[in-house]
Write a protein that binds this ligand. Structure first.
Ligand SMILES: Nc1ncnc2c1ncn2[C@@H]1O[C@H](COP(=O)(O)OP(=O)(O)O)[C@@H](O)[C@H]1O
Ligand SMILES: [Mg+2]
Length: 239
């Protein structure tokens, strides 16, 4: 496949949405073909599945139903968006992807990891990220951020935002196992840094990996230098 798939992973409140949209804007400014999406959702069908998954009224959802819904949303996203864009040579940025299901469902909800991996490869049609930024933060800290976000947006907390600290501890441990398994795909990021610092590191690393992949990285002005956006905070979308 022609393109380059970048995913963002980590527990709630680590800054995945902030950083994926900042990276998207940065690559777009650099003149590269880039598309951004998120999970669950990202397609009309996926967005309806997302509603089911996040609705706090659905607290009786059993773990297997939960996995199948995530995988259904993912299958549709890969089929309708990710694969076609990669085939066109785009850089695709996904705010969460298959690793989330391993971390949350296998480590968080104790579903056998081999079952999840099978379902992931079925749903993704074998599409794998070229690069995954893992944003790491202690669950206590991420909880504070989620609480702030809920207050700022005046939303009621969704089903996952209501999970207990203990659940996110297990999910975070799960991500750590994934990082050990695939140290070359994952890039560990200390998510306690400021949004701007994180963004600069992420942009710099992405450019390095894109160049290494021999895909493309042509500046129209011929410059090899990385220009970092200074207006990050006003630029970044939240969500
Ligand atoms: N590096 C950071 N330091 C402090 N707060 C942050 C940082 N990145 C994001 N935030 C804030 O924390 C909350 C969660 O960020 P968000 O990007 O929505 O995380 P996620 O998508 O991983 O759940 C938001 O209110 C956001 O403004
Ligand atoms: Mg988010």
């Amino acid at each position: 496949m022609e393109g380059f798939l970048i995913t963002f992973e980590g527990i709630e409140g680590t800054g995945k949405s902030t950083q994926s949209s900042a990276l998207y804007k940065y690559l777009q400014k650099e003149g590269l073909p880039v598309f951004m999406t998120h999970e669950p959702g990202g397609t009309p069908i996926g967005d309806q599945i997302r509603q089911l998954l996040l609705n706090p009224e659905n607290n009786e959802m059993c773990p297997i139903t939960e996995i199948l819904l995530y995988e259904a949303s993912r299958a549709q996203l890969v089929h309708q968006i990710i694969r076609p864009y990669l085939e066109e040579g785009y850089i695709v940025i996904a705010d969460r992807f298959a690793d989330s299901t391993v971390a949350y469902q296998a480590f968080g909800r104790d579903i056998p990891v081999n079952v999840i991996r099978e379902m992931n490869s079925f749903a993704t049609w074998g599409v794998n990220p070229n690069l995954t930024f893992y944003l790491d933060l202690m669950p206590e800290e991420s909880f504070k951020r989620v609480k702030l976000r809920v207050e700022e947006t005046e939303k009621i907390p969704d089903r996952l935002e209501r999970e207990k600290l203990e659940f996110f501890r297990k999910v975070r441990e799960g991500y750590q196992v994934l990082l050990k398994d695939e140290p070359f795909r994952f890039k560990y990021m200390d998510a306690s840094l400021s949004p701007q610092e994180l963004h600069e590191k992420i942009a710099e690393f992405t450019v390095r990996e894109l160049k290494k992949s021999n895909l493309y990285y042509k500046h129209e002005n011929g410059s090899e230098n990385l220009t970092l956006p200074s207006d990050f905070l006003s630029d970044a979308e939240r969500g």
